[in-house]
Design a protein around this ligand. Sequence first.
Ligand SMILES: Nc1ncnc2c1ncn2[C@@H]1O[C@H](COP(=O)(O)OP(=O)(O)O)[C@@H](O)[C@H]1O
Ligand SMILES: [Mg+2]
Length: 324
Amino acid sequence: MDKRRNITAILGPKGGVGKSTISANLAIALSGMGKKVVAVDLDLGASNLHAILGIKATPKSLSDFTQNRVETLDEVILRTPLGDLGIICGGDDPGIANMPYQRKVKLIQHLSSLNCDLVLLDLAPGASHNVVDFSIIAQQSLLVTTAEVPSLLNVYSFIKSAVFRRLTFFFKQKRSTQLLELLNRAMESENHSHLKTVDGFFQEACLLDPSISDSAKRMLARLRPIVVINRLRTENDIKAGEVIKKLLKEYLSIDTAVIMTIRDDDAVGKALARLRPIMIDSPDCPFCQDIRKIAFMLCRRQQELSTRACIVKYKRKHMPAALK
Ligand SMILES: Nc1ncnc2c1ncn2[C@@H]1O[C@H](COP(=O)(O)OP(=O)(O)O)[C@@H](O)[C@H]1O
Ligand SMILES: [Mg+2]
């Protein structure tokens, strides 16, 4: 099985929206469902995942791997008393966030081959090179935001740049200079208003190269972002999901986004102050109920992705090209 199918990235445009809290507790929820999980703190230089999991001492960390003190990433997994859950703590050496590219490639290779059912990557805020490089190996991504309009707009821009990055990569791979030029024009959409939406872009792209633009459309249709709106307080906050869905559909032609919500819950801060994971401290609180819903959804999607991959593999192997 392709191990990449196991990786879920937790990311988002802003700090302080709950990425690490969600990563830690999702990891516990998934291990409680019988999965073998490894949670990896990749907020390099600002790591706190271990503290949310209630781990005080970190005898080994990512630094031991990036500084070549150990051979494999497996050696820096800390076992926790929380079911079959291991954690890779963030490194503490000052240069870790700017590790040389070759070292990052090695880390990515080892992350992709960790021996477990699910790997959760707790990433730094924003879309720095590190975040992009690590999130690219993930099969699923949870984009975490709060319900405030500026945060929602940030998430929209975040998904928009992911769409443009994928299209750029795709057209480069297909060596289609004319579609790359069109894409560059679309990126400056203030000057080309008909290219402002992905739909507008494809209308023009189809005239230039119908075959490549059709495959690009199919590639984008497979994008199914999961947006997690955290710290919901009011009924009105729930509408935030509709806002983001509408933006994604209208401008990016994405109508497959999944919106999940997590309620604001005082129990989260209380558990943190006691240095105990909230999943253990108050397993039935609203926050934990919402986290478990996300854990179920992730498992279901992972199952779907594996089934789809098996079908594609089977077709490649056994069916004549005409029937595929
Ligand atoms: N649903 C929630 N209800 C209450 N507090 C929360 C919730 N989610 C996160 N927090 C709090 O928000 C703060 C930031 O969370 P954190 O996970 O560190 O954010 P990030 O990793 O995105 O920087 C923490 O103090 C955390 O306890
Ligand atoms: Mg964090």
